[in-house]
Design a protein around this ligand. Sequence first.
Ligand SMILES: Cc1cc2nc3c(=O)[nH]c(=O)nc-3n(C[C@H](O)[C@H](O)[C@H](O)COP(=O)(O)OP(=O)(O)OC[C@H]3O[C@@H](n4cnc5c(N)ncnc54)[C@H](O)[C@@H]3O)c2cc1C
Length: 399
Amino acid sequence: MQFNPEIKNFGQMLDQVNIQTYETSRNYLTGSVTYLSPYISHGFETMPNIVTQLKRKHGLTPQHKLYAELGWREYYYHVWGHLGDDILQDIRPPLQDVNYQDTMPEDVLQMNTGLAPIDLAISELYENGYLHNHARMWLASYLIHFRKIHWRTCADWMYGYLLDGDLASNHLSWQWVASTFSNKPYLFNAENVAKFAPPEWHCSGSLLDQSYDALEVIARSNQTFKKNSLKPLSKQEIPLLQSRPSDALSKKYSVMTDLKQFEMTKSNQLRLIHPWHLKAKSDEKFQLGIIHLTFHEKFPWSEKRWDFVLNRMSQLCDVIVLGDLEEILLPFFSKRSTMRIDVQNTFNPEYAILLDELTKTNDTVIHPIERFLADPETFCPSFTKFWQIVTKKEKFPQP
Ligand SMILES: Cc1cc2nc3c(=O)[nH]c(=O)nc-3n(C[C@H](O)[C@H](O)[C@H](O)COP(=O)(O)OP(=O)(O)OC[C@H]3O[C@@H](n4cnc5c(N)ncnc54)[C@H](O)[C@@H]3O)c2cc1C
C-alpha cells in the first residue's frame, strides 16, 4: 500500500490498515504504515472514532505499537493545549554556541544537495504532500545539524507542503530533532539509511557516512556542509507555498470572498467548518466553510494541500468563505445575534482568536477537540511521563 491522495473515502483507508505487520515494518520506508495522517490532521474523523473503528475492524489493542503512535499525536495536542503558540518557539535552550540561519538554502529547495535521502525526500514531499516518518527525521536532522538552519524556518516550510501538516505534530517533532524539546539532538548516518530505505536512497561514502560520535561533534559546532557533488537540476517543478488558493481552485470550489450574496439559512442554527474539522455531516444543519487568511499569511500551503482541503470542504459545506474573517464574519454575525453557531475548537493561531470573538456576539458553542486518551490535568514535559499517566488512567492491562 502507498500513500494515495486520490482515496477520498476515509472508511476505505481504515479498512486497508495492516496492524499485523505495522509494528515490525513501520520504520522501513516500504513498511506497512497507515497513511492516515492527512485525514486525521484535517479531522475527517475524530480520534475516539478512529480508535474504535481500528479496534473493531482490526482488533487494535492498547498494547499495540500503533496505539502508542496515535498516542504521540494526542501527546503533542496535550502540549499544544498547555503551551499554546509557545510551541512555535524554542521550548528548551538550543545547543550552545551554534548559530542557526533563518533561510532555506537554494540547493535544498531545488532538491539538489547531492545527497540521495535528502533530495528524494524533498522530491516526495513536493510530489505527494506526504513523507514517511523516518524520511522526515532524516531531512530534519540534516537541515538542522548539518546545514544549521533554525528548526522553525524548516518546520514552517515543511508544514506547508504536508497534506497532514499539523502545527503540534510538525513543529514539536522538529523541536524534538533539534533538542529544544528533547534531551539530545537526533542524528542519523548512512548506515541507518541503508537499513531502512530502498537502495536508491543509500548514501555510503557521502558526508552522511560518519560515526555517531563524529555527528555529535558536528551538531554541537558551527560546522556547516554545502552540497558535496554536482547534479543537474531536476526537471520536477518546485511548487510554491501560497497564502490563498489559486483563482482556478477558488473557482472550482466556488469559494466566496464576502457574504453579500449569502442567503441566510431559514433555520437559526449554523455550523462553521474550518480546515481541521472536515468530518462528514451528521445532520441537516447549514454548514459554512471558513478560510481565515490571516492564519494562512503566516502559514502558507501548497496548491496540492489547498486542493485537498477545499475538495473535502466543498463536499461538506453549503458555502465556503475566504478572507480576513474578523472583517467579514464578525460584522455579519453581530447583526444576527440570535444566530446559534456550532463549531469544533481549534488551537490554530488566528482561527482560535476568531472563534473566541464569535462567542462575544452570538450564542456560540465551541465543542472540545475529542481525544481517545484522557488528558492529564498537569503538563507532561515528556511523552514517557504522559504515557505513564494515561495508561494508568485507562487501566491498561500490563503487557
Ligand atoms: C520532522 C517531522 C515532522 C512531522 N510533521 C507531522 C505533521 O505535520 N503532521 C503529522 O500528523 N505528523 C507529523 N509527524 C509525525 C509522523 O511523521 C507522521 O504522523 C506519520 O509519518 C504519518 O504517516 P502515517 O499516518 O502513515 O503514520 P503511521 O505510522 O501509520 O501512524 C498512524 C498515526 O499515528 C500518528 N503518529 C504516528 N507517528 C507519529 C509521531 N511521531 N508524532 C505524532 N503522531 C504520530 C499520526 O496521526 C499517524 O497518522 C512529523 C514527524 C517528524 C519527524
